[in-house]
Write a protein that binds this ligand. Structure first.
Ligand SMILES: [Cu+2]
Length: 466
């Protein structure tokens, strides 16, 4: 692994600490203020006679079941008595179960609903899932945040479902708490560059093992990650045009798999589409993919077997062929006003939105995402890879990016964009040159992919320009 590639994925901690210091100090002051306000409101709250709850005294939460996700509106649940209005908006049977409360709905046919009333929910995290075999592993599970009810504060008249259960002070505090945890430490980091060995017959030999591991998507939230080599995204595979490449894939999953080289020119027999181009790689077996790289690629390797489960659950990684720092800068042609016309960093950003991993950047959800840093005049070449099931408009607050390549092909006319739509399967290569100092947010602009009433979450990170 080269030092340069690790540098591209991790920001210098001390630089980040320095630039965040001022914000943190303000945050401490603000939090003291907010705590004071909450205390005052709480004291006055006792005299309020208004109530935001329904006639029954029970809060109502809408629960939507689909393949393979469970969503809540609102997403924060107040302590006390709660009625879950559960609707199956999917195309197959699902149910909704809270094991710790021994509460669950019947198995719901598509299009049907059921109300599930629970009493005495206490503050904390409550696990929920769909009990159909395989559905929780595919993403239909998670933890529901139960927060202190402030229904006596008289906030019900705004029409916002959140304010009926959580005061604005509580909301601000939750948002601040999350923001101040960034970048939160979690175990496991993807996109490590994969070392290779040289075979006697002149191949660069890479080894990948598919296996299920506990993966920490956000602090304390472990899911069943379907990984290559125990990391999500899988390790970066790098090679040059002309290289003879051999990738040995060992299957330690409980089911078969195969691996497709998406966007990479390979012979048909190496395309990884079982049962057409090969037999499935059965549990315990291995398969060797080998070819000679004939052209540059911003490719991705990913499962092509039960892929709607295996890929979003984590089985995907970047496969880069060629010197993309140089190619991207040549395509930019000096238009980004880089100080030395050399890209200092190359960043792989894998987008996901479903499966066990869910909405994430490089397998992590904010505040566990990795921040990036640049000095003014420096450049990073960013490859967006969408391994998810929906389009994500990726937006960097500053600077504007010069889009130089689509799916590994250099554009004849690069164009400027501060927001770039990345559809499933697409790769976009963007040159960002830092112009102004500060901590710049960097996120998907489908706002439910970036924020919740509890604060920023999911597909959010930051670029720190010093
Ligand atoms: Cu998105």
């Amino acid at each position: 692994m080269s030092a340069e590639s690790t540098g591209s994925n991790k920001v210098n901690d001390s630089i980040f600490a320095n630039s965040m210091l001022g914000m943190m100090m303000i945050a401490v002051a603000v939090s003291a203020l907010v705590l004071g306000v909450v205390a005052v409101v709480a004291m006055n709250g006792g005299s309020s006679s208004s109530s935001a709850t329904g006639a029954s005294g029970s809060s109502v939460i809408e629960v939507s079941l689909s393949e393979f996700t469970i969503t809540f509106n609102p997403s924060v649940v107040p302590a006390g008595d709660v009625t879950f209005k559960v609707t199956n908006n999917g195309t197959v049977d699902h149910n909704f179960s809270i094991p710790s409360l021994k509460a669950k709905t019947a198995m719901l046919k598509p299009g049907t609903s059921e109300e599930l009333a629970v009493s005495g929910l206490v503050v904390g995290d409550v696990e929920y899932l769909c009990e159909v075999v395989g559905h929780s592993a595919a993403g239909m599970t998670g933890k529901l945040s139960v927060v202190e009810s402030s229904s006596a504060m008289g906030m019900a008249s705004t029409g916002n479902p959140m304010t009926s259960t959580v005061s604005w002070q509580q909301m601000d505090k939750m948002m601040e708490n999350v923001a101040m945890k960034f970048p939160a430490k979690t175990s496991g980091i993807g996109n490590i560059e994969l070392p290779y060995t040289l075979s006697d017959d002149g191949y660069k030999v890479f080894s990948l093992t598919a296996k299920i591991i506990p993966w920490e998507v956000e602090p304390g939230k472990f899911v069943d990650g379907w990984s290559y080599n125990g990391v999500i995204p899988g390790p970066i595979i790098r090679a040059n045009v002309g290289d003879k490449i051999r990738i040995v894939v060992k299957n330690e999953l409980p089911e078969s798999t195969s691996m497709h080289m998406h966007g990479v020119r390979v012979p048909n027999a190496m395309d990884g589409v079982d049962p057409y181009t090969q037999k499935p790689i059965e549990p315990g077996a291995s398969f060797t993919y080998e070819w000679t790289a004939v052209e540059p690629a911003v490719g991705m390797y990913h499962s092509h077997h039960n892929a709607q489960v295996q890929v979003p659950n984590g089985m995907a990684g970047a496969l880069l062929i060629g010197d993309w720092k140089s190619m991207a800068m040549a395509a930019a042609g000096g238009r980004t006003k880089d100080a030395n016309n050399v890209a200092e960093q190359e960043v792989v950003m894998v987008l996901n939105d479903s499966g066990t991993i869910g909405l994430s950047l490089n397998g992590k959800s904010f505040p566990a995402t990795t921040p990036y840093s640049l000095a003014i005049g420096e450049t990073m070449v960013v490859h967006y890879f969408n391994e998810g099931s929906m389009t994500h408009p990726m937006h960097l607050h500053q600077p504007s990016g010069l889009v130089v390549a689509k799916d590994g092909k250099v554009l004849e006319s690069p164009f400027w964009a501060d927001t770039i739509n990345v559809a499933p399967g697409e790769r976009w290569t963007v040159v960002y040159t830092a112009k102004d100092a500060g901590v710049w947010a960097w996120h998907c602009h489908i706002l439910t992919h970036a924020e919740t009433p509890e604060g920023m979450r999911y597909m959010v990170t930051a670029l720190i320009v010093k």
